[in-house]
Design a protein around this ligand. Structure first.
Ligand code: AMP
Length: 177
């Protein structure tokens, strides 16, 4: 596969955090300087239209999103877990396998009509990313591209994002998860 060099830097930990989950651990990729740089270079090269801002999803989306924002010379918006941001926030609840979760951003972070590139380390079912899209669009942003290091295509998250009108960029995919 393309980007085999980067795939070799991702460590797979079986049965974490639950039995049956193959956890794709990007901390080993981050430890490799040239690999980390190549990863964000290739994510930046895939972007079709330069955004006004990059938005990263807590926590691993902050790492790749901030690096990408630097590459693109644009600002960075934090999409955080509930009750972490100090200012006035807007938030979206979303369903997990068991229960619900919530992500929030500062209500004044994005200006009406700004183009925002959404970034996370991995897309699985797409629930987290779609909540991010809803949050950003609800604040008046235009979200039509998203970038992830890893896609788990069997969980159809990238397809769900495409159905929401978003061009999805991924470097690696792991099948059968
Ligand atoms: P989802 O909302 O199902 O698309 O899940 C995406 C979020 O959960 C991302 O923030 C990922 O970091 C994390 N995630 C889900 N599945 C895995 C996995 N197999 N390995 C590592 N991270 C995962």
């Amino acid at each position: 596969m393309a980007n085999d060099d980067l795939a070799a830097l991702v460590r797979t930990i079986p049965d974490y955090p639950h039995a049956g989950i193959m956890f794709r651990d990007i901390t080993t990729l981050l430890l490799d300087g040239p690999g980390f740089a190549a990863c964000t270079d290739r994510m930046a090269a895939a972007v079709v239209t330069p955004p006004d801002l990059v938005a990263g999803i807590e926590a691993r989306g902050f790492i790749f999103g901030a690096a990408l924002a630097q590459r693109l010379s644009v600002g960075f918006v934090l999409l955080r877990k509930q009750n972490k941001l100090p200012g006035r926030v807007t938030g979206v609840n979303y369903a997990l396998e068991y229960g619900t979760d919530r992500i929030e951003m500062h209500a004044d972070a994005v200006q009406l009509g700004q183009r925002v590139l959404l970034v996370d380390d991995l897309i699985a079912t797409g629930g987290t990313a779609l909540a991010g899209v809803e949050l950003l669009r609800g604040a008046g942003a235009v979200v039509d591209e998203a970038a992830f290091v890893i896609d788990l295509p069997d969980l159809h998250g990238a397809q769900r994002l495409r159905s929401a009108g978003i061009t999805v960029h991924t470097l690696l995919h792991f099948d059968g998860d």
